[in-house]
Design a binder for this molecule. Structure first.
Ligand SMILES: NC(=O)c1ccc[n+]([C@@H]2O[C@H](COP(=O)([O-])OP(=O)(O)OC[C@H]3O[C@@H](n4cnc5c(N)ncnc54)[C@H](O)[C@@H]3O)[C@@H](O)[C@H]2O)c1
Length: 281
């Protein structure tokens, strides 16, 4: 996709973080925006920000884990904008829990939003992207879609699934000759509310982990949005965001399956340090 002026862009999870930064950046480039989020206040605020830049922006309240609601949203968006060019399946949540202790409720919560939400968004909008004659779909995975990490099994499962699903989709679009680019995004640590909204830790540990995340997530959401949109313009298959993402990408390619032993060793060291500070990780 060469430029976004006049293009209709759909963004899920647009009420905060990367989704909001993408919306504001696209608004500045002349895109028309269908913004959705489960959080009504957040998405209305994002739409208002986009409108101050002069963009057409409509906020929708949507739970991406509700398949019927996602399909209804696709129809509503089409009714309002007549076409759809860009879909960014960005809504996501995080969980920190060991498999032995993880509840099924939390496990399914992550999979329902982080994987099924992406699958529903892709399938509901795909016919409209094909019909537009110039479409692009962006699915948010993570560096945890590149390597498995202790305490992140549910998130790993969802983000690896997003990666496999998206890579298959890109090839299917090519084989069919459809005018739809496909990109899978793997951000490293991005300074957003993801840790703040995370489940699985006690209130005390959650506070400490959120503070640590805020310290070590170097990349801003605004920078992430720029990198993602550059990837869309180049039709990049894989978009890595942040210097740390390049490290995560390289590690399993250099070490093969043995990266897991290194990761476990580093995590064990981290747990010892955390335990000294009173954190249960
Ligand atoms: N921040 C990071 O370090 C990081 C790293 C890798 C990947 N990601 C991915 O980037 C995406 C955006 O996350 P973020 O960092 O901006 O987090 P964020 O918490 O700031 O924003 C996520 C948004 O998704 C919305 N959301 C949550 N559940 C929803 C649902 N069921 N339906 C619709 N919307 C819902 C939230 O209300 C929120 O507005 C996620 O898919 C996340 O997994 C983030």
């Amino acid at each position: 996709m060469k430029g976004f002026d006049g293009k209709v862009a759909v963004i899920t999870g647009a009420g905060s973080g990367i989704g909001r930064a993408l919306a504001v950046d696209l608004a500045g480039r002349g895109a028309r925006l269908a913004l959705s989020d489960i959080d009504p206040d957040g998405v209305v605020e994002t739409a208002a920000l986009c409108k101050t830049i002069g963009a057409q922006a409509i906020p929708y309240v949507l739970d991406v884990s509700d398949r019927n609601a996602v399909y209804a949203n696709a129809e509503e968006v089409l009714g309002a904008f007549s076409e759809v060019n860009l879909v960014i399946n960005n809504a996501g949540v995080a969980l920190t829990a060991r498999i032995e202790e993880m509840s099924w409720d939390d496990f399914e919560w992550v999979l329902n939003i982080d994987f099924w939400g992406v699958a529903y968004g892709t399938k509901a909008f795909l016919p409209h992207l094909i019909a537009s004659g110039e479409g692009h779909i962006v699915n948010l995975s993570s560096v945890f879609g590149l390597i498995g990490t202790p305490t992140q099994s549910a998130y790993n499962a969802a983000k690896f699934a997003v990666r496999g699903f998206t890579e298959a989709l890109r090839q299917e679009m090519r084989i069919a000759g459809h005018p739809v680019g496909v990109s899978c995004v793997h951000p490293g640590g991005i300074k957003t509310d993801i840790a703040r909204n995370m489940r699985g830790l006690s209130a005390v540990d959650h506070k400490k982990v959120t503070a640590a995340f805020d310290r070590y997530a170097w990349t801003t959401a605004q920078r992430a949005a720029k990198v993602i949109l550059r990837g869309v313009e180049r039709n990049s298959a894989r978009i890595l965001v942040g210097a740390d993402a390049y490290g995560y990408d390289l590690t399993p390619r250099l070490l093969g399956g043995r990266y897991q032993d290194l990761n476990a060793f580093v995590a064990r060291l981290g747990s010892v340090q955390a335990a000294k500070r009173g954190l249960q990780l």
